[in-house]
Structure formats: structure tokens, C-alpha cells
Write a protein that binds this ligand. Structure first.
Ligand SMILES: [Fe+2]
Length: 134
């Protein structure tokens, strides 16, 4: 599973690319943190940091879409909201109660992020380039 940034992930928007890169780094840190599944442990607090970072990043990305008048903003915003509601907000609970091993959580978060960047996020960049609104 790809956990390192490479140029195939780039959208060409400096802030968004820097944030995506940082998100991958936070997932790597989570992956290499201690396996203890108790509140207060490294994995638990890293997941909190990751969660906050993701929410800020989604806000910035949604602002970018607003600024360029991206027509699929509503659907994209919904995709973000579903991820936060269904995955991110209960991830700490799942980890804390041991109902999801950390490795599975890391795999799931990484898969979602990479699929989202290479699909939905790249479509923003393609639309922006095609309409001269980068
Ligand atoms: Fe996105």
C-alpha cells in the first residue's frame, strides 16, 4: 500500500498538495506508533491530530472549489462530510475499544485518501485547468 507521497498524487495547487502530503505523513506516524489501544496512547492522540488536520484541510479544499466556481462542489462536500461522519469521528472509538486493529484502520484511511485524491480531487484540478481558473 502506498504510504509515501509521489507526483502522481499532485493536484498542482500548492496548499492542497502540501496538505495532502502532510496527511500521508500523519498516517505514516499513526502506522508506526505504539500498538497499545488505550485512551491517551500515541495512536489515539495521533488520530485526534489527524482528524483535526483532515477537517481543516477539507475546509480549505472546499474554499478552493468555491473560489473557482467548481460545479461539483456540493457532491464533493458531501463526500467529505460522509468520510468525517462515517469514518473519522468513530475511528478513535473503534481504536480505543479495540474493535478495529490499528493496521486495518491505517489501511482503510490510506485507501480512502488515495482514492479520493486521485479521483475527486484530481477532477477539481482538471476542471480548473480546463477553465483557466487554477
Ligand atoms: Fe477532497
Amino acid at each position: 500500500m502506498q504510504l509515501e507521497w509521489d507526483d502522481s498524487l499532485a493536484c498542482g495547487h500548492p496548499l492542497i498538495d502540501a496538505q495532502h502530503r502532510q496527511l500521508l505523513e500523519l498516517i505514516v506516524a499513526l502506522d508506526s506508533s505504539a500498538d497499545v489501544q488505550l485512551e491517551g496512547d500515541a495512536a489515539y492522540s495521533l488520530l485526534g491530530t489527524l482528524s483535526d488536520y483532515v477537517k481543516n484541510h477539507f475546509s480549505d479544499e472546499e474554499r478552493w472549489m468555491e473560489e473557482i466556481g467548481y460545479p461539483e462542489l456540493a457532491a464533493h462536500r458531501e463526500e467529505h462530510a460522509r468520510f468525517v461522519d462515517h469514518n473519522l469521528d468513530n475511528a478513535r472509538e473503534l481504536l480505543c475499544h479495540g474493535s478495529m486493529p490499528k493496521a486495518d484502520l491505517v489501511h482503510h484511511l490510506t485507501q480512502w485518501l488515495l482514492t479520493h485524491i486521485k479521483g475527486s480531487d484530481h477532477r477539481i484540478a482538471e476542471w480548473a485547468a480546463a477553465h483557466g481558473r487554477q
